[in-house]
Design a binder for this molecule. Structure first.
Ligand code: SF4
Length: 316
């Protein structure tokens, strides 16, 4: 089956082996983050819609999970902000009712959590992973370039409301961009907000693959450690780089043409190294190179060299 709304499983630095569900079209988001690994936002909006017929999404989930794959999480994420989808609540409930053994997570930028209907729809999820990178409007806008109606304080208030309503785990992502949100004033503001929100974990994240803007540089492990110790709070951790184990559980069922489609879909969504693809698919580097050549015969693939190696991606 050709999947349009599922991707991976990918080896996520924060969630382990994770099957992605994408409920919004590329690239529909309320933000246009300078570090976005999916590239620049083309439809910037806060209007919630049912972007795809929900039956189409449920049919793909049924087909994929009929293989009983081993997964750490099923994650709502992808090429935009998942809470913009009016279907998210129904799809989460379907998963919890029909596949209760799988853990459900939602990667969200948090921009719609001030809305009680959005919070309500996310309640059955096991883990919600929202982002908060600055409590100052200027910095917030510089990093996330949101739709103008969203403010930093609205994000903090939405997260506080989520904490009151939600009994699952909140893993708050703070995306660190050296020189932008790393001053003592910025970190003091974040500390105060974290104390109000009471997340279960705070994950200091940084650039791991090419972002939207070339001037964004990753924080080094030493810089992340300094920030962690400056914050001085319990439950704060730096997101570790992916540890590659090339034998990590292959779940690529079936045909070579399936493998080509899966790899094509991965690099269409975000830049990936050979190791990223190998860990997610279980394919060897040699096989992946063969697949990339095959994809290249019909589509454009670009390469970009970064610290972690060569990233392959399909330009928009
Ligand atoms: S990183 Fe997330 S929130 Fe930011 S633009 Fe990309 S999809 Fe949207």
């Amino acid at each position: 089956m050709q999947y349009s709304h599922l991707f991976g499983p990918v080896h996520s630095r924060r969630l382990g082996r994770s099957l992605g569900i994408d409920l919004v079209p590329f690239k529909t988001c309320s933000y246009n983050c300078v570090y976005c690994e999916c590239g620049r936002t083309t439809v910037k909006t806060v209007e919630r819609r049912e972007f795809f017929p929900i039956d189409e999404v449920l049919a793909e989930i049924r087909a994929y999970l009929s293989h009983s794959p081993e997964l750490d999480f099923i994650t709502f994420s992808g090429s935009g902000e998942p809470t913009l989808s009016l279907s998210i609540g129904e799809v989460i409930r379907f998963l919890k009712d029909s596949y209760p053994d799988y853990r459900i997570s939602v990667l969200t930028n948090g921009s719609l959590l001030w809305r009680s209907d959005v919070r309500e729809e996310l309640l059955p999820a096991d883990v919600i992973l929202p982002t908060l990178s600055s409590v100052f409007d200027d910095t917030f806008r510089k990093i996330h370039r949101p739709v103008p109606v969203i403010s930093a304080m609205q994000i903090v208030e939405g997260l506080e409301c989520l904490r009151k309503d939600y009994t699952g785990e909140i893993w708050l992502e703070v995306f660190i961009i050296p020189g932008i949100n790393t001053s003592p004033e910025e970190l003091d503001g974040l500390r105060a907000a974290i104390e109000r929100i009471h997340p279960d974990r705070v994950q200091l994240n940084t650039l791991d693959r090419p972002g939207s803007e070339d001037w964004v540089r990753p924080a080094s492990p030493g810089e992340l450690e300094e920030i962690r110790s400056f914050l001085g709070l319990t439950g704060v951790e730096a997101v570790e780089p992916v540890q590659y184990e090339l034998s990590a559980g292959a779940t690529m069922p079936g045909e070579w043409s399936d493998a080509v489609a899966v790899v094509h879909e991965m690099i269409r969504r975000r830049p990936c190294t050979l190791d990223d693809i190998s860990v997610s698919t279980g394919l060897s580097r040699r096989e992946i190179l063969k697949i990339l050549r095959e994809i290249q015969s019909g589509s454009i693939i670009e390469e970009k060299r970064e610290d972690r190696g060569i990233f392959y991606f399909c330009p928009e």
